[in-house]
Design a protein around this ligand. Structure first.
Ligand SMILES: [Zn+2]
Length: 201
């Protein structure tokens, strides 16, 4: 299980366990402490989406400051604070443009929990990964040969090529880059009105 990476680490994967995938984030919208938080670089460039808990840790450590609040208050034993909706890092961080780690979680997120053969959206537990070109036929385990797939489509396809079973990929699989992250942020920003001015510039 991937833990949220500490600040200063090269790879900025802030997504906490609770809100680690987009569908969870959408489901969790109603609870103020489970709302996604947009993370901006010191230069106001959007760089990631994190969970509220992780965002509060960054605020308490002085690594980030609140730019927008979500309207809720957090009351804990020795702490009372407004829950952020957008935070900004106090120091500029260089965000590498390299690809994210190849993992089931990241592939599901890249494909937005959508089976790439039938186009239906599923819960993560109802999804598997499919090698487009089966391993038994020389297919590699890589970003451009792995897609999100439901169990039914996976069984139907078996060790065959998509064209052999008469199915087509929704889209050509690509590595999960900063560009993909930005697309996801924009998608989520459509329903988070406080994010808009940071995302649609
Ligand atoms: Zn399917």
């Amino acid at each position: 299980m991937t833990q949220p990476k500490a600040c200063g680490h090269n790879e900025w994967v802030f997504v906490s366990k609770k809100t680690r995938d987009e569908s969870n984030m959408v489901e969790a919208r109603k609870h103020p402490l489970r709302m996604p938080v947009l993370v901006l670089n010191a230069t106001y460039e959007p760089i990631n989406i994190t969970g509220t808990r992780r965002a509060i840790v960054l605020l308490l450590k002085g690594i980030a400051i609140t730019e927008e609040e979500n309207g809720a208050f957090l009351h804990a034993a020795r702490l009372s604070m407004r829950v952020p909706s957008v935070i900004r890092l106090t120091e500029f961080r260089k965000i590498p443009h390299r690809t994210r780690a190849l993992s089931r979680k990241n592939i599901l997120m890249r494909d937005r929990h959508t089976c790439q053969f039938c186009g239906q959206v599923f819960n993560p537990s109802d999804l598997t990964l499919d090698h487009v070109i089966p391993r038994s036929r020389g297919g590699h385990t890589d970003w451009d040969n792995l897609v999100t797939c439901c169990h039914a489509c996976n069984n139907r396809k078996g060790n065959r090529l998509p064209e052999e079973v008469g199915v087509r990929l929704l889209r050509q699989p690509r590595p999960f880059t900063l560009h993909t992250s930005r697309q996801l942020m924009r998608l989520m920003g459509q329903s988070e009105h406080k994010w808009r001015k940071y995302l649609f510039y």
